[in-house]
Design a protein around this ligand. Structure first.
Ligand code: SF4
Length: 155
């Protein structure tokens, strides 16, 4: 599984409460397994690569919704980079929760839903199982890819 189209700076966070059987990265479930970084430090890494867009993965970035919202807001206000974000929540769960939903306005493409081991499909682009959706929130030409659905179709 790749972290989205084109060149990207990937931010892998620790902390995930979904605990999907067969998870590709169970070490990431415990938030203590990560390395603490400030938003300023992460912004430095992101800005150092002029040509790369940004990916949030993990773990689940929505398990640190306040911090990732602030990081995403800074990326959008200080750069022209797109943001792809992977999460174990569905977009419906995110939109129903004010605390989680605060991050959505800054995300360009969301890959949503838990990994379902029984449905594992290694041929899928950017996903481990077909329940997971690549959802364009703000379609950007450089991010267009096979298998994506537009948010408008979910309404
Ligand atoms: S949401 Fe992702 S990181 Fe979290 S348990 Fe599921 S597959 Fe693993």
């Amino acid at each position: 599984m790749a972290d989205g189209p084109g060149l990207r700076t990937s931010i892998y966070c620790a902390g995930c409460n979904h605990h999907c059987p067969g998870c590709h990265n169970p070490q990431s479930w415990d938030i203590k397994n990560g390395k603490w970084m400030t938003i300023d430090e992460i912004m430095e890494v992101i800005k150092a690569d002029e040509f790369s867009n940004v990916t949030f993965s993990g773990g689940d970035p929505f398990c640190q919704a306040d911090a990732f919202t602030e990081l995403a807001r800074r990326i959008k206000s200080e750069t022209r980079k797109t943001i792809w974000c992977w999460t174990g929540y569905t977009i419906e769960q995110i939109r129903a929760d004010e605390h989680l939903a605060q991050m959505l306005p800054y995300i360009d493409t969301l890959v949503d839903g838990p990994f379902i081991l029984e449905q594992r499909d290694t041929q899928l682009l950017f996903r481990g199982s077909p329940n997971q959706r690549i959802i364009y929130l703000t379609p950007k030409e450089e991010d267009v890819c096979e298998g994506a659905v537009e948010l408008v179709k979910l309404r």
